[in-house]
Design a protein around this ligand. Structure first.
Ligand SMILES: Cc1cc2nc3c(=O)[nH]c(=O)nc-3n(C[C@H](O)[C@H](O)[C@H](O)COP(=O)(O)O)c2cc1C
Length: 317
């Protein structure tokens, strides 16, 4: 690949979602491979003490990187958690030869710059069965499981999300961490800009509680959330760093599959970040799977992209 092609691949990887838009990934470009590393300085110690969400974000970046290589006709051979590449290495990606990209690969690749967190209300239009099935298959392709929340589970789940939100809001360290990553100046290259925050959450809202408005964007009149969003829980079969990297790739496959079909999504992470509610969610789902991400999916309006760091900042020498 030419340096310009490699830069394009890294740029696509960097469009992945990350907790508070921390973008905790770095890449080392070697003649025979690309290494994916995490940046320890970009882990959020309060919301993500174990680095689970950092690995999810890096897994999502890895999925984008795989798509970008496949779209360029290169089959990526990925080794997760390579031991010899240093303590921050999460993956090594080598060329496994050439192959013409599948149409679905090109479709997902084209969806990468279209995918943004959609925190505003969705339209009250149900997600069709075909789209649901496509998302299930997208999760399974990454050795994960997508649980579609049933009407019978909604009440309990809503209670758990509310409880997790209250626990975090009561923690001044959590509030300070969130404040540090929101309401940054317009030219900031990281953090969640108020333009992408969505309406300021109110106590009547069922699912969207985390407030990225930094106190500056008022809630417009008449904002009402959809009555029946599709809620999905991305689960792994194991609980380990390896499984979390799989989960990140699966989240991104599901989210891009949704985006390519005209759907939008936002993540609702408090219920998984708080250990007690995460355990109760696991129990609600039958006790065998490990919940890694809760997403709300539906048909939305226009979204604003969150900023991204410059490519040079992402490259490890
Ligand atoms: C592990 C993880 C957890 C996240 N949790 C939340 C969340 O609880 N609420 C939310 O609105 N966005 C959440 N996000 C979305 C990020 O805020 C978002 O990806 C980031 O700001 C970049 O914006 P983009 O998704 O529009 O590219 C999460 C993303 C990741 C990867």
């Amino acid at each position: 690949m030419t340096p310009a092609e490699i830069e394009q691949v890294i740029r696509r990887a960097g469009l992945a979602p990350s907790l508070h838009n921390t973008q905790p990934w770095r890449f080392r470009i070697l003649p025979q491979m690309i290494e994916l590393h995490y940046d320890p300085a970009r882990r959020l110690p309060v919301a993500d003490p174990a680095g689970r969400e950092l690995r999810l974000a890096c897994g999502a970046a890895l999925f984008n990187l795989r798509l970008a290589l496949e779209s360029a006709g290169i089959r990526p051979n990925v080794a997760l958690l390579p031991h010899l590449a240093g303590p921050t290495a999460l993956a090594e990606i080598r060329s496994g030869g050439h192959a013409a990209p599948r149409p679905e690969t090109l479709r997902l690749h084209a969806a990468i710059p279209q995918r943004h967190s959609h925190r505003a209300p969705f339209r009250n239009v149900p997600v069709p069965t075909t789209e649901r099935n496509d998302m299930l298959l997208a999760a399974q392709a990454e050795q994960c499981w997508l649980h579609l929340v049933t009407p019978g589970e909604l009440g309990t789940l809503e209670g758990l999300v509310h409880r997790a939100h209250r626990v975090q809001e009561a923690d001044s360290r959590f509030r300070a961490e969130l404040a540090a990553w929101t309401g940054r100046p317009g030219d900031a290259l990281e953090g969640v800009p108020t333009s992408a925050a969505g309406p300021r959450p109110g106590p009547q809202d069922q699912w969207v509680h985390r407030d990225f408005s930094a106190g500056v964007s008022p809630r417009p009149e008449g904002v009402e959330y959809e009555s029946h969003p599709l809620l999905v829980v991305l689960c792994t079969h194991q609980e380990s760093p390896y499984a979390e990297l799989q989960a990140g790739q699966a989240v991104q496959n599901v989210w891009l599959t949704a985006t390519a079909r005209g759907l939008a999504a936002s993540m609702i992470s408090e219920v998984i970040e708080v250990r007690d509610t995460r355990d109760e969610l696991r129990h609600l789902l039958g006790g065998t799977l490990h919940p890694q991400a809760l997403l709300r999916i539906g048909y939305g309006g226009p979204t604003v992209p969150a900023p991204r760091r410059a490519i040079d900042d992402l490259i490890l020498e």
